[in-house]
Design a protein around this ligand. Sequence first.
Ligand SMILES: [Zn+2]
Length: 202
Amino acid sequence: MRTHLGSLRLAQLVQELSRLPGIGQKSATRIALHLLEGDAEAARALSEAILEMKAHVHPCRRCGAIAEEDECELCRDPRRDPHSLCVVGQPTDIFSMERAAVFRGRYHVLGGLLSPLEGVDPSDLRLAELELRVRAEAVREVVLALAGTVEGEATALFVARMLTGHPVSVTRLATGIPVGGDLEYVDEVTLERAFAGRRPLG
Ligand SMILES: [Zn+2]
């Protein structure tokens, strides 16, 4: 552990912070010093917010999105069409779709994308849950909103094949999603166009 900071406790906080995504050693040190110089109340509020989130926020039992109740707000919203499902990789992809405001159905979060290279196989994703929902909720349309990567492509094909034989149309967002692009970085207009141009699969 680096001790040039003059305090093991400070060094420990810097180490914890530098594990966060996008935070390097330098930023971690700056944040830690900021917390050290700030008042105790602000530091307490931050640590409490983290603990509260860990205690009360979990995946939605139905769709896998972020929820505080058993089911998320979108799953509980009676105005959303239960027969139309949008399949995404990560819960954050739902924010992108909702920002574009083109989809009025419900979501299903896979929890990742298929990747033989990284050892992510079908059993690691919420694919069985998806098939179950398609049957149990009489889903008529499945829209695949997956990244334009090799992993996104492989996952889309797998889902299309898995749902063959179910009375459901499977489409995939088409134009505009850049090859290699994550949904997170696609602007609303592009996403809106991609949604309108979704094409059948399988
Ligand atoms: Zn949900």
